[in-house]
Design a protein around this ligand. Structure first.
Ligand SMILES: CC(=O)CC(=O)O
Length: 669
């Protein structure tokens, strides 16, 4: 694959830790700890092995057992039964982590530890209409114990499934922790999901209890979802109870449902069922644009050690920090966000539109609640940039030390905007991984600089490679992102995939025994990475292949372009065979004639003449999944003549109507 943007020069440094910051970080403390406690002498050329991330990473993948056992001990994993060893089998798929060990996720989130006192705030909750609430660690434990008693009364035990059609709110978190404490398995959908999308997910896991709200607020409007909840209950015959949180209307009721107040009326004991390391903690779902969404099962232990590592070491999160990431309960970033509790940080939950009443809302929230680590998506950064926002001029963001971005590659302009408009003191943590591992393969470290347009490092314990088609390593060339050794948070299995066929097909078909993630990536000689988009939606122009992220970075840098979607129909025998099509959502007041010549010129000079689209087509909106990802592959299929039903599950989309122009183009309406 060629890479038209790679200059092979070291890009501008956007942020760099001071020597004191680096040495004072938890990751440096960990490096000193492994030297002192485990006798690991890191091979470092810098003279400061504790802040030499490359040396630590090299050890973490050369000695997986040593590394993950050190993480478990350094981060204080609470074993009930101690594991016999770290890795039983290391074969992928099917690696056996910490066999014999038992533990419980909820115990890690709820047990007081150094630096977190009972009366410290565990959770800050804010809703877009101004409703706010804080919950201390003591209150959170009490609430979880009550919900646990409620679940027990409903007959929930180890291995049962508890599902939630509920927002990013305190009640949702409480019931998740209560379910986990019992060894029950959790699954959640955001309340804006339609009945079919929720049924396609929840019916698979045959839940015992459903947690639901009466409605939600988004973009200044209230949405009553009681009809959805009723319809859903009718489709889930295994349900023994529905718990209703009166989230919008304090008087809301649903026949046959247990009101929240009644469900949590009993003060119960807070106990933690010890479960095996790979016992199902939750089921997440693959984006599910076609067929039934795949249920990705993660284990208690895998998530505990992965999130401890990611949050304590890579993010430097600790008690006293306030951790925010904009997410709904239908995206894995919710699961990652609440992991802040594992390291004693305060988690800041936000429910609503990130753009209501305007794009300032989350920056105001960050100031009001003194957020220290602020997470968002690359499209949100792009929107703020386009809107000309300068939050540093209107808010005190001096306490914000890191800004995380994910969901799509963050453009170089996005990096510049964060430094310029939010603050150059902020470490830009562009991270990439996926629902599949509920984690990032590529991320940041408090000991490593941030280079323009790059993800600073491969995560510790993640053996990340860029491979060519023959499985040879590439440096400074774009290849397939491949993980060559097991990680503890890889799926324990897919739901209802008894012989593992679907799991193998999803990740292990191309490079047997190795995890192919489906992203284009360039590994730089500095140890940093650049993501070029999904490898299954490549732009292939006369053999010159490029990820779509490059394309969007050029096109969406124009003020007149609000959103875009690029589809290369070359390889699909599509109706428009061989055409590169660029769909544009134009900003108000912009005409295609104004921007098209400029876009052609910019794409020609910044990418290549082959990447100038054959046609630009104006559309009202870009089809996105419920998690906000652009539907490149489904649209490509529609244009190739695949039937709508096979190309995409309409209920998995934010706005199924957004498909219409593509169906028209394919001559289907
Ligand atoms: C960490 C991630 O990879 C999140 C996402 O983009 O879904």
């Amino acid at each position: 694959m060629s890479d038209a943007t790679a200059t092979h020069e070291v890009p501008e440094t956007m942020w760099s830790p001071t020597a004191e910051q680096a040495a004072g970080s938890a990751v440096a403390e960990f490096a000193r700890w492994v030297r002192d406690q485990r006798g690991v002498e890191l091979t470092s050329a810098t003279g400061r092995p504790d802040t030499d991330y490359a040396a630590l990473h090299a050890w973490s993948v050369a000695d997986l057992e040593g590394f993950w056992s050190a993480i478990a001990e350094f981060c204080g994993v609470r074993w009930h039964e101690r594991p016999e060893r770290v890795l039983g089998s290391r074969e992928m798929p099917g690696a056996q982590w910490f066999p014999g060990g038992t533990l419980n996720y909820a115990e890690h989130a709820l047990t007081p530890g150094p630096g977190r006192a009972d009366d410290d705030v565990a959770v800050v909750f804010a809703r877009e209409d101004g409703l706010e609430r804080t919950v201390t660690h003591r209150e959170l434990r009490d609430q979880v114990a009550r919900a646990r008693a409620g679940l027990v009364a409903a007959g929930v035990g180890k291995g049962d499934r508890v599902v939630a059609l509920a927002p990013n709110s305190v009640e949702t978190l409480v019931v998740f922790l209560a379910a986990a404490s019992l060894g029950a398995t959790w699954s959640s959908c955001s309340p804006d999901f339609g009945v079919r999308a929720v049924r396609d997910r929840f019916a698979q896991v045959e839940p015992t209890v459903l947690l639901a709200v009466d409605g939600y607020r988004y973009g200044g409007k209230s949405f009553d979802i009681l009809p959805t909840v009723s319809a859903l209950r009718a489709e889930l015959p295994t349900l023994r109870a529905t718990v209703l949180v009166p989230y919008l209307d304090p008087g809301a009721e649903l026949a046959g449902a247990t009101p929240w107040a009644e469900f949590t009326a009993q003060a119960g004991p807070l106990e933690f069922e010890p479960v095996p390391f790979d016992h199902p903690l939750w089921v997440l779902y693959s984006s599910g644009t076609t067929g039934l969404p795949k249920g990705i099962v993660h284990g208690h232990g895998g998530i505990v050690v992965e999130h401890l590592k990611a949050l304590r070491l890579q993010t430097d999160l600790a008690p006293g920090d306030r951790f925010f990431w904009f997410s709904t309960t239908g995206w894995m970033m919710w699961n990652f966000l609440i992991g802040g509790l594992l390291v004693g940080a305060t988690v800041v939950l936000y429910d609503g539109s990130p753009g209501h009443p305007d794009l300032d809302a989350l920056w105001a929230l960050a100031e009001r609640h003194r957020v220290t680590v602020f997470g968002t998506s690359a499209p949100f950064v792009q929107s703020c940039l386009k809107a000309g926002l300068r939050p540093r001029d209107t808010h005190d963001l001096t306490g914000m030390r890191a800004l995380g971005s994910t969901g799509a590659p963050l453009s170089p302009e996005g990096f510049r905007w964060i430094a310029d408009a939010a603050g150059e003191h902020i470490q830009i943590c562009s991270v990439s991984g996926g629902t599949d591992v509920c984690a990032a393969f590529l991320c940041s470290s408090p000991t490593v600089p941030v280079w323009l347009g790059e993800l600073s490092v491969a995560a510790l314990g993640a053996d990340v490679h860029s491979f060519d088609e023959d499985g040879a390593d590439l440096v400074d060339e774009v290849g397939e992102l491949v993980i060559t050794q097991p990680m503890p948070s890889m799926p324990v299995r897919f739901w209802d995939d008894p012989d593992g066929t679907r799991l193998r097909e999803a990740y292990y078909a191309d490079y047997p025994g190795l995890w192919r993630h489906g992203d284009w990536v360039r590994a730089t000689p500095r140890g940093s990475f650049v993501i070029y988009g999904r490898s299954d939606s490549t732009l292939n122009r006369g053999g010159v292949r490029m990820g779509t992220a490059d394309f969007y970075a050029v096109v969406e840098a124009f003020d007149g372009v609000a959103d875009s979607l690029v589809i290369d129909t070359t390889e699909l025998g599509a109706k428009d065979e061989g055409a590169l099509l660029c769909f544009l959502v134009l900003a108000p007041g912009t005409a295609l004639e104004d921007v098209e010549p400029l876009l052609r010129k910019a794409l020609r000079s910044e990418l290549s003449p082959r990447h100038v689209p054959d046609r630009f087509v104006v559309v009202d909106s870009v089809p996105r999944t419920l998690n906000g990802k652009k539907c490149e592959v489904p649209v490509k299929k529609i244009l190739a003549g695949v039937s709508l039903e096979k190309a995409v599950s309409r209920d998995a989309l934010q706005d199924p109507g957004s498909l219409r122009p593509f169906l028209e183009l394919a001559g289907r309406v």
